[in-house]
Design a protein around this ligand. Structure first.
Ligand code: ASP
Length: 326
């Protein structure tokens, strides 16, 4: 029997008010004690100790909740009586929380993030099944050494790969460039390969604060003043959600290169859902001092850039090495 710590943050998995066929609902309404009691009744091979640390939609998550989660995971990983941690979380920003914790914690005992696309009282609700699946995953003997994982729609994704790819439907999550790393149901679990990060320490230190990094969405006809506007707002780093391979109109690229010359790191990601952004294809990254986001989408590129700036890593080549890492 494994002993798991469950940390609840809110989201649709704890949402209610949809009333069966209804649509409107409020996230973060159901306490974790209630959900844990329901999952305990399924007889899974784990005991659960649960704590509510927030009750918010994940669109509102930020430094305060992330610091608490980081602290709680560290405590659980150092506690011989706890075998793994489950975080119930909204799906909107699950990929950001997953990557942030994945990069700043050793890949030791399992850390599993789980959410739901349908609130608890909606017909066909997926929350309790996803939660039961997360208990199955976190209590599995082969779950450690894989970094932070996201469990959704009977699949398990590694934090580095996962992204929310659909606004609704229970299979809203995808893995890129790697697909799911396992299939799970409350009664079965099939890993598609061995853990690849056994014994790996934290890739980056937990920061004292996260610097302001903003994302610029590129489009035909975009004006360079958008770059100046964000810099005027206090951005200390910029991520371009570029067209195609991380492109933007020439004048915008010029403004971004000026920002780099002024000490603001710039990462080129893509507004396209899938595909890598590679160096020096259409855009001369070497000449302009840009970093290519590779397989990270803009939201995750932003998290990594925040951590790199906070760690004092400012040189484009060093930054690129972190984005190249899988
Ligand atoms: N807005 C909600 C959240 O991210 C949506 C969800 O959980 O699916 O908290």
């Amino acid at each position: 029997m494994k002993h798991l710590r469950v940390l609840a943050t809110g989201g649709t998995i704890a949402g209610s008010g949809a009333g069966g066929a209804g649509r409107a609902y409020a996230p973060g309404r159901i306490g974790i004690a209630e959900m844990a009691a329901e999952v305990r009744a399924l007889g899974l091979p784990a005991t659960l100790e649960a704590a509510d640390i927030a009750a918010i939609g994940s669109q509102d998550i930020g430094w305060a909740e992330w610091s608490l989660l980081h602290q709680e995971i560290a405590a659980a990983q150092n506690d011989g009586g706890i075998d793994g941690t489950i975080i119930t979380h909204g799906t909107d920003s699950a990929e950001e929380t997953a990557l942030l914790l994945d990069l700043t914690r050793p890949a030791g005992k399992p850390v599993v993030i789980v959410g739901a696309m349908r609130p608890a009282d909606a017909v066909g609700s997926d929350g309790m099944r996803n939660f039961a699946n997360s208990v199955r995953v976190a209590s599995d003997s082969q779950a450690s050494g894989r970094g932070v994982m996201v469990v959704m729609g009977d699949q398990i994704f590694a934090a580095v790969d996962v992204r929310k790819a659909r606004t609704s439907s229970v299979d809203a999550f995808r893995g890129f460039p790697r697909g799911p790393i396992a299939a799970v149901t409350p009664s079965s679990l099939d890993w598609f390969g061995p853990p690849a990060r056994v014994g790996e320490g934290a890739r980056l230190p937990w920061p004292e604060a996260l610097p302001q990094v903003d994302i610029l969405y590129a489009y035909a006809g975009m004006a360079p003043c958008t770059v100046e506007a964000l810099l005027g707002c206090g951005a200390r780093g910029l991520v371009l959600a570029g067209m195609g391979q991380g492109n933007a109109p020439a004048r915008v690229l010029d403004a971004l290169a000026d920002a780099v010359r002024g000490g603001i790191p710039v990462v080129r990601a893509s507004r396209v859902d899938q595909g890598t952004v590679d160096r020096n294809l259409e855009v001369d990254d070497d000449a302009r001092g840009f970093v290519a986001a590779r397989a990270f989408g803009p939201a995750k590129a932003r998290i990594l850039l925040q951590l790199l700036i906070a760690s004092g890593i400012r040189e484009a080549r060093e930054m690129q090495a972190q984005f190249d890492r899988r």
